[in-house]
Write a protein that binds this ligand. Sequence first.
Ligand SMILES: [Zn+2]
Length: 314
Amino acid sequence: METKNFEAVQQKILSLMETEGANWTRPWVEAKRPINCVSKKPYRGLNNFSLAVKGYEFHEWGTVKQWRRRGCSVKADQVKKSARIYVWIPLEKKENAQEEGRRPPREDGLNWFERGMFKGFPVYNAAQVDGYRAPPPSEHQIKTELTEGEVFAIDCWIANTGARITHKGDAAFYRPILDRITMPLKENFISDVAYYSTLLHELTHWTGHASRCKRHFSMEQEDYAKEELVAEIGSAMLCNELQIEKTVRPDHAHYLNHWIQAIRKNRQSMIKAFADAQKAIDFLEKLQEAGVGNLQQGFHARIEGDQFQRRIAL
Ligand SMILES: [Zn+2]
């Protein structure tokens, strides 16, 4: 049953990659973030993707029990039409981590204490329950242009990460060895949104550094393609959160075949890419709480002093 459900998500990703090409995350970025009907927290990683692309009018989801707490009940004809979310249940506790060194490395590259299994839970959309009173419609419009205030808020968010960003040349990339992002000047992009969307992709790469989320960087084509997939998923999550259009990078089109093959060959690679991207976003969010505020010289120099210390909720 679980395998069948995972296959459906995998099929959805593959068909989007095949029909939308490098723009495969578009329907996800454009959908309102799926949230839980009780906690109001957004669903994470692959769950976020799979619920968002279901195409329902509402973005609240919950189990039968959770909807009951909201005074709602699943419509009789919808009972068998649940979606599924997955929660990782570890088989071994982290306390066993000290044993790590005594065992041979696992073939799947995971740590031993990361062994576990996915448990699936059926959830229903607000459109599938009786008694749901939709809140007044709130704005979720993907912006292609930003106001000055929005630019300021995103600048603060980025500066709070403390990433070193140099503006020069005409290519955007992250170089792990120098731990530096290089971006073309903002005015060389067709819009502010295109600039930030590109930067969010590079910022996701930046989280992979050994001192942060420690992802494997290598020039091997397969590894490179994997890291690109993580950066694409991460930037899609961030664009969705910031409600900005995600720029299609024509230079990414050639990774598509790698991704499609990798996902077809091994479902774990799809699950891992979403999990890694979620970890990357969590890391960036944490830096917002810390408010590092390490403004780089020459980078958006108009944000200064205590103005910069302000925490901006995006
Ligand atoms: Zn990249």
